[in-house]
Design a protein around this ligand. Sequence first.
Ligand code: HGY
Ligand code: MN
Ligand code: MN
Length: 406
Amino acid sequence: MPDDFERMWADLAPVGRSAGSGGYFRQPWTTPETELRHWFTEQCRARGLDVETDPVGNQVAWWNPVASDRPGVLTGSHLDSVLDGGAYDGPLGVVSALAALDRLRERGFLPSRPIGVSVFAEEEGSRFGLACLGSRLAAGALPWERARELRDRDGVFLPDALEAAGLGVADGDDLTWPLAERVATFVELHVEQGRDLVDRGAAVGVASEIWPHGRYRFDFAGEANHAGTTRMADRVDPMLTYAMTALAANKQARLVDQRATFGRIDVAPNGTNAIPSRVTAWLDARCSTDDALAELVQRITDQAADRADRDGTRLQVTAESVSASVSFDPELARMLAADHEGGDWPIIATMAGHDAGILSAAGVRTAMLFVRNPTGVSHSPAETASIADCLVGVSALADSLERLAR
Ligand code: HGY
Ligand code: MN
Ligand code: MN
């Protein structure tokens, strides 16, 4: 069994990996991510499972040996990565789902309801800016009319990206999955993105909640001018307004022990010897409650506006992706966390968004399992998990599926 997980893991290791940083560039509907989608199809077929791939590339394969027509237990995650991301965020949940299925079959377990393995597309929102794009479409949380207008950084519209990947939404396609009829419970296994399990000395944890979080585009408009001949007093420099806003975000988040990050910036014309005409920067904000999130974003926006007044620049803030607070079913969390070798697994919160959050918001009974990440680092090539802990995660997932599909 272990070599099976490790064989699958070895299959994925080189796909979309940067020779420089060792990080992954598996943006959705690009060549590496398409290769992963085909890999998943092969893995399912090798297990005698028929894979359904929907028009945007979301995938699901059902194991239904007793031909039950009851709603099933679905498990899976995503295969796309952030830019220069780690190997585990997403793929660990997909490989573990396949390995857990193998584990159940080896045990001779016969599920009383179907067990499905799924992959949702563009979970990271790293190309089209909207987190969990695939699962939001599958859950009916995002109308195709809005999704089709999304453009990536090169100006490519989503429909054209899908075409290039051999996919595509035809008029009249219904992108929503029949979740109410087909899915009784969704369980997503994911590498922990933090050090809670390390600090607790636990290999596996169960999620209690996902913090609400959002992505907000800040457009700072100024006046392009010469970097040398323009006196400092005569400038309308959007870079200054941005810089102060980034510092304000850092301070405001620290004051309330929440999270605010400016990790992405786009400057026009981005010349060395010119005051920029425009700076666009994206705020990623995360808080323990929806109200705290709204308040934090408002405070940062107000301080940016004050500074814009002083600089004579113009500010526009646009919420591009907002995910409300998710509380997982506590009784389900307790059931999955209970009675393992060494006692119960800890039940912990996560500040990272997941497809599980979208399905939960759509009314699907949902749980998440986390696998210890020794460094706690994620969205970085340094993200890691030990094979030993990954195999404990596979057992944990197999046990969970067995409890849910007995
Ligand atoms: O950004 C997140 O929270 C997740 O990794 N998609
Ligand atoms: Mn991620
Ligand atoms: Mn993820």
